[in-house]
Write a protein that binds this ligand. Structure first.
Ligand code: ADP
Ligand code: MG
Length: 613
């Protein structure tokens, strides 16, 4: 007989309601962040336009969510905390779900494992309040509240001490709460969110804040993603908008160059619901496989919307996993939409700008931005088109001499060099000492030479870094740069990495460092400005970023120092060399700051501007 056999067989008993709720709570409420998620989802479901969350001690002692939504009438308060009671579905069609909630167990569970107070006022009713403590329900009583709902949850898990033991530090729990709120905020741009830490009492400290954004759907989304993920992300991401058999994919996908060392910036939503679904994450990996090494992770915020019957969101108690009716379809949509957008961004980014510019000029004739297609007319056709190009700006030269640097070598150059396909065309001139105008087979390209050069230097630095390190050039006279001891110490912490970047620094007494070598590719640099920029970058970075990210960010700053400043005249072969280099360099369509390095206008676009089509 095995030793686990019970000594006395108890008869089978139904569990008490409070025990059932406690068990359910184990599934729904894992930690304070999951409670916050349920409460904020309820507020959004109630049509709130602002949701304020106050947290004390990582949510262990206090979670308070205040909203201005529709409220709950006094007589429905007991139902709100009853298990399997919900106002969100009619009870029969479990797939037809348009709100966050529907399981009707969150409040019941929270009331079972903490001290829960619901204060609410619905239109046309007085405010009322109901408290539940460890499953014990007090009578409804009158309260004071002008509108909406305040849910206060104190001493979470006091009734289940075992779970309390598994909670992490206040800081870690707060981090998880912040993450939850950010995800929900992304999905609801028109709702204002604030998260405060009130551990010290009073108004507390604002941890996160996102004000409601307006505008058309895409503008609003972009605005909200900037608030949540930072401008760097939105500036370095491509818009996604694709559709397949009734499933729509929208959002922003970060450029491969903006990848991260961990999957910390991947936000996926299904019908507005934040999910962490294996299928979707796998599809994302597939989409970026060509652009990223395995240890890099893309940054994305992607939204899948479809008829609720095409996806079952009811498979997971915390509703973070979903099941699609046709997983292959969803995967295919993600992979192809992202690949397409990223390949285009490879060295484009610019035609969308042209599209936007043209759109602004002729708002009555919106047209989709041009796509750079590499599978265009045959080689022979392109050759003819290319060689048929007119000599260029020769006539304008007299009128604008001094402002336009003309390129006489063009025709000669096209004759001599093998006629490859050159998307960026042949340089025709330089205007305002920073913009190169080039003629392509079917339009013109305007290059921002400063931005382009910066990008090229950055890509080169990155390549050199992964090979034998960036070649350095010794300074004839080492530069002494003064700075605070703490700044100097921060640089010395990095000195090995800096040396690999071609930058050799050494201590130089108190409050100064001496620069002995600088990256050769930069030419002559101002060491002081360079070090200052690196320190600024370190300030911006914080500690959280992975080493590789930090190094790339520093390289990007370094690259700015070697760039051809605008205001420098370029000779024809320099300009053409720059164009050829851009064509050969991945991601040269954007500068390190995410601005385009060139814009392209197709002849048809130009004709449109002149009303010829
Ligand atoms: P569910 O959200 O799955 O319906 P909950 O237990 O989270 O289940 O909530 C139960 C019900 O209480 C909801 O269906 C809703 O009617 C009501 N409710 C909860 N929170 C709010 C709120 N902040 N504002 C208005 N009604 C709410
Ligand atoms: Mg709910």
């Amino acid at each position: 007989m095995n030793s686990h056999a019970p000594k006395i067989r108890a008869s089978i008993q139904p569990l008490e309601e409070s025990a059932i709720n406690r068990i359910a709570a184990g599934e729904v409420v894992e930690r304070p962040a999951s409670a916050v998620k349920e409460l904020v989802e309820n507020a959004v479901d109630a049509g709130a336009t602002r949701v304020d969350v106050a947290i004390a001690d990582g949510g262990k002692t206090l979670i308070r969510v205040t909203d201005d939504g529709c409220g709950i009438p006094p007589d429905e308060l007991p139902l709100a905390i009853a298990r399997h009671a919900t106002s969100k579905i009619d009870g029969s069609d479990l797939l037809n779900i348009h709100s966050f909630g529907f399981r009707g167990e969150a409040l019941a569970s929270l009331g079972a494992v903490g001290r829960l107070t619901l204060t609410s006022r619905a239109e046309g009713h007085d405010a009322a309040e109901l408290s539940v403590t460890g499953g014990k329900i007090d009578p409804v009583k009158p309260a004071a509240l002008s509108r909406g709902t305040v849910v206060t949850l104190r001493n979470l898990f006091f009734a289940t001490p075992a779970r309390l033991k598994f909670l992490r530090s206040d800081r870690a729990e707060m981090q998880a709460i912040t993450d939850v709120i950010k995800r929900l905020a992304m999905a609801e741009p028109s709702v204002s969110f604030t998260l405060r830490d009130v551990s010290g009492g009073g108004e507390g400290r604002v941890i996160f804040r996102a004000d409601a954004v307006t505008g058309d759907l895409f503008d609003a989304l972009r605005g909200r993603l900037t608030q949540v993920m930072g401008r760097e992300f939105t500036d370095n991401a491509v818009p996604i908008d694709a559709d397949r058999e009734g499933i729509r994919l929208t959002g922003l996908a970060g450029l491969p160059t903006y990848s991260r060392g961990a999957a910390v910036a991947q936000f996926l939503f299904v019908n507005g619901r934040p999910v962490r679904d294996k299928l979707l994450i796998g599809a994302l990996r597939g989409a970026y496989a060509d652009f990223l090494s395995r240890d890099r992770h893309p940054a994305v915020a992607l939204f899948i919307d479809c008829d609720p019957h095409k996806v079952d969101v009811n498979v997971h108690p915390a509703k973070s996993e979903v099941r699609f009716r046709d997983p292959g379809l969803v995967r295919g949509l993600i992979v192809s939409a992202l690949r397409h957008a990223l390949a285009e961004a490879g060295h484009r980014a610019s035609t969308t700008v042209a599209g936007a510019t043209l759109g602004a000029m002729r708002p009555e004739q919106p047209h989709p931005p041009r796509v750079y297609q590499m599978d265009r007319p045959s080689f022979a056709a392109r050759q003819t088109a290319y060689s048929m190009q007119s000599p260029g700006f020769a006539d304008m030269q007299t009128t604008y001499s001094g402002r336009m640097v003309e390129v006489e070598e063009v025709s000669q150059e096209t004759d001599e060099t093998p006629r490859e396909y050159r998307p960026l065309g042949a340089a025709r001139g330089q205007v305002h000492e920073n913009y190169i105008i080039a003629q392509t087979e079917d339009g013109i390209v305007i290059v921002d030479q400063h931005a382009a050069h910066e990008r090229l230097v950055y890509e080169k630095l990155k390549t050199q870094m992964t090979q034998n390190g960036v070649p350095a050039q010794a300074l004839l006279i080492p530069d002494v740069v003064e700075m605070s001891d703490s700044d100097a110490a921060r640089l010395f912490d990095l000195s090995d990495d800096l040396a690999r970047m071609g930058l050799t620094i050494e201590p130089f007494g108190k409050g100064a460092v001496v620069v002995r070598e600088t990256p050769a590719i930069l030419g002559e640099v101002n060491s002081h400005a360079l070090l200052r920029d690196i320190l600024d970058e370190l300030d911006d970075q914080g500690e959280a970023r992975a080493v590789q990210d930090r190094i790339e960010a520093i390289l990007s700053r370094v690259a700015c120092h070697g760039s051809i400043r605008s205001g420098r005249q370029m000779r024809a072969e320099e300009m053409n060399a720059l164009l050829r280099e851009m064509e050969a360099t991945p991601y040269s369509g954007q500068c390190n700051h995410g601005r385009p390095t060139y814009v392209e206008l197709k002849l048809s676009d130009i004709e449109r501007l002149f009303g010829r089509t």
